[in-house]
Write a protein that binds this ligand. Structure first.
Ligand code: EPU
Length: 420
């Protein structure tokens, strides 16, 4: 784990063009999907981030070969599976690793996995995943902090998800594509990353319709084959740069993005007063110093993503009036509030609501990234804070943002990585 920190000198208006990488939360399920075939899978537009490295280690621990033929592609060959149980430390350090359980169940009819860890952002149960496996006919035994799922054969089923969990929907899809007969996932998550996974699986020979809506239909198949798949643009990285441009009063063109996945953010930031022009795969953001307070709710897609809730809070420290931010997905995702206060923000949290009064002049200080998105929010605040801000524990950001500091530097930000 790197002890690096970012040192930021605030006060620059960002200007220029920034390219958006492939989506962290889309590439991880696609990597797990590669386990479903004995043939090679080739992924393009793969971000160079820590979470991809973790997932590669997980796949390798199961016997897969993983290569990076180019900096932005991955070749995965799971012709032989040699283990059905990834090492606990990998699953504990990255939640998406738990997706290999659905893929192993689909491919081999069995798998064992530790209960997953991940960012400290609230309770993160896996009941939805396990109920889905059981509905497909698997025996699911949780024991000693691990869970085993096994089945002689999986059969299609109508599966109702108690909550439209993103990873839960993906895990159940990974198993259901290889079940005999038809499955219907009702109250499925509708995030674009789910549609991305379905595209990859359909490219491998699966029959999935409805992904990206709350009802997904899957006709099971007995075999899947090789595929070449391009990872969708990262809507959260793009949103982070929209906020970076807005908060610094900048003028930034964000390219290789997918604005149609970003309606909620675009609409909310326009309400705040930010000018955003939308192209087919680009966004042109023009900041202003006339920002207004708003009410924000972080909810499942197509609502404003919980992953952009903290970055938007940083922006609202500069808006005139009192803003309310309601986090409706996770129950503990406002821990960044105390760090923002160290920079001079007037923000308090009560339960799952943050209240921000603005505008306030922020001043540099030493703060700590608590998770990938909370860290991004502090970097954004550091860009406008007077003087020097040091953000520690930036390994969180390295897990999810490709070249964050280089991309910001290319827009004129004064930010440096310092090894401690
Ligand atoms: N939930 C349940 N039961 C379950 C699973 C989830 O009640 O079995 C509840 C959770 O307690 C939580 C809510 O469902 O309140 C949402 O959790 P979800 O399962 O949808 O989240 P996730 O799949 O674990 C993914 C992303 C997160 C993102 C959330 C919500 C990946 C690898 N992670 O997590 O991304 O915040 O969906 O959109 O796809 C990030 O990128 O920083 C990040 C945390």
């Amino acid at each position: 784990m790197s002890g690096d920190k970012f040192v930021i000198e605030g006060g620059q208006h960002l200007k220029g063009t920034v390219h958006i990488s492939g989506a962290k939360n889309a590439v991880l399920p696609c990597m797990a999907a590669s386990l479903l075939t004995a043939e090679e899978c080739y992924l393009e537009n793969v971000p160079n981030i820590g979470d991809v490295e973790y997932m590669a280690l997980v796949l390798q621990s199961l016997g897969a070969h993983v290569e990076r033929p180019t900096p932005s592609s991955l070749l995965i060959n799971a012709s032989t599976i040699t283990s059905y149980s990834p090492p606990s430390e990998l699953v504990l350090s990255q939640r998406a690793s738990f997706l290999v359980l659905g893929a192993l169940l689909g491919r081999a009819g069995r798998g064992t996995c530790s209960f997953p860890g991940g960012d400290v952002i609230g309770q993160r149960p896996i009941d939805v995943h396990l109920a889905g496996f059981a509905a497909l006919g698997a025996n699911v035994h949780p024991e000693d902090e691990k869970v085993t799922a096994e089945a002689e054969s999986l059969h299609g089923a109508r599966i109702f998800m108690d909550y439209p969990s993103v990873l839960g929907t993906e895990n159940v899809m990974l198993a259901a594509v290889m079940a005999q007969g038809r499955s219907v996932i009702v109250n499925a998550a509708a995030e674009p990353e789910i549609a991305g996974l379905a595209d990859m699986l359909n490219g491998m020979g699966a029959h999935i319709t409805g992904a990206g809506t709350h009802t997904i239909n899957i006709e099971g198949v007995s075999e899947l084959h090789s595929a070449r798949h391009t990872i969708i643009p990262d809507r959260i990285e793009a949103g982070t740069f929209v906020v970076a441009a807005a908060i610094t009063g900048g003028d930034v063109e964000i390219v290789d993005a997918e604005p149609s996945h970003m309606d909620a953010l675009i609409c909310k930031l326009r309400e705040v007063g930010v000018s955003i022009e939308v192209g087919e795969s680009s966004l042109h953001v023009l900041g202003t110093d006339d920002l207004h307070a708003v009410s924000v709710q972080a909810v499942p897609y197509p609502g404003l993503p919980t992953d952009l809730q903290a970055p938007v809070a940083s922006l609202l420290t500069q808006a005139q009036g009192v803003s309310y931010i309601h986090e409706r997905v996770f129950d503990n995702r406002l821990l960044y509030v105390s760090e923002l206060r160290k920079l001079g923000a007037e923000v308090v949290s009560t339960g799952t609501t943050a209240i921000v009064a603005g505008p306030r002049t922020l001043s540099g200080n030493n703060v700590r990234a608590l998770d990938v998105r909370a860290g991004a929010a502090l970097v954004l605040a550091g860009l406008i804070a007077r003087g020097r801000t040091e953000v520690s524990d930036i390994y969180h950001m390295d897990r999810g943002y490709e070249n964050l500091e280089n991309k910001l530097q290319s827009l004129g930000a004064i930010i440096e990585r310092v090894s401690t």
